[in-house]
Design a protein around this ligand. Sequence first.
Ligand code: SAM
Ligand code: DTB
Ligand code: SF4
Length: 338
Amino acid sequence: MTIPRSETRHDWTREEIAALFDLPFTELVFRAAETHRAHHRPNEVQRSTLLSIKTGGCPEDCGYCSQSAHNDAGVKATKLMEVQQVLQAAAQAKDMGSTRFCMGAAFRNPKAREMPMLTDMVRQVKAMGMETCMTAGMLTGEQAAQLADAGLDYYNHNIDTGPEYYERVASTRSLGDRLLTLEHVRAAGINVCCGGIVGMGETRDDRVGFIHVLATMEDHPESVPVNALVPVKGTPLGDMLADTPLAQIDEIEFVRTVAVARITMPESMVRLSAGRESMSASTQALCFLSGANSIFSGEKLLTAPNAGDDSDDALFDRLGLEPMPAEHCAKIPAEAAE
Ligand code: SAM
Ligand code: DTB
Ligand code: SF4
């Protein structure tokens, strides 16, 4: 028996997305779970490991980020890591059962002289039999092509929030700049990983706008990270939340955002990303029920702490979840969903 699939659409209106957010919670979660089951194996969750290959000192002024040189989060800036060190970390991640290795650099954009090291990292991690992912800021078309040529599977570049709230989050770049890099990544044939952050003091309508930008892309991102803001002291948004805790996202609204992402982008992997460390097991379980099917594993994200492998193993045991093998991450053929 073939499970009927909900149609994948790219013409979502803001009104339709707002109406999904407005559904009674159990109705919304039920619809998201139905969509999830029609397109994915519901008990498999993909695990990626992150490594910060260049930390801090970033010239961009993202209001949430510990790594911006404009913020005062006490993060020590480092140089770009040596390739050998990156390979060691990748080997460790592979031993822990991770199938994808994601290398993050606090760059506005990579400089021409940094490209050979980045492509070398990609080439060698790929040769270890892992999927490769990188996030290193804005790329030219030529840089995207160089990374594709080295074997990069995914590039992460988030739109972070909706168009109306964007200027409140960063002023050194525009949403248009982000979209241009995403076009370059697509054109190079690299899978797109693009999502954002909720809980930055934005309104429900801003979250509608955020999902609307993603869900109306000509091709949906293959991976959609939904981060809950990790409030970092010394960053404008982290400090704002410390002063006005009520602005912090409520967990039900976070689950709603995951569910709406799942319904509007049925084939994408929806990644429950930053913020899991302070999330209860039940909220995470609601996110998995609502269609989240990937996470970052390991003790650390880029600079912030993460749940850690032991605690994730225990969570997977409690929930009966299984790590997703790399070959299942791609769109699954209809007969496999029987
Ligand atoms: N510099 C590159 C860029 O901005 O694309 C790559 C690294 S950047 C840290 C990757 C993403 O992490 C950001 O786009 C943002 O969505 C997320 N992020 C950063 N700090 C965060 C925080 N404190 N809480 C939640 N998500 C965060
Ligand atoms: C994404 O959307 N979330 C990850 C990944 N892409 C690179 C990063 C989260 C960073 C959380 C804050 C930190 O570790 O500094
Ligand atoms: Fe730099 Fe990325 Fe942090 Fe923005 S999110 S300050 S671009 S590292």
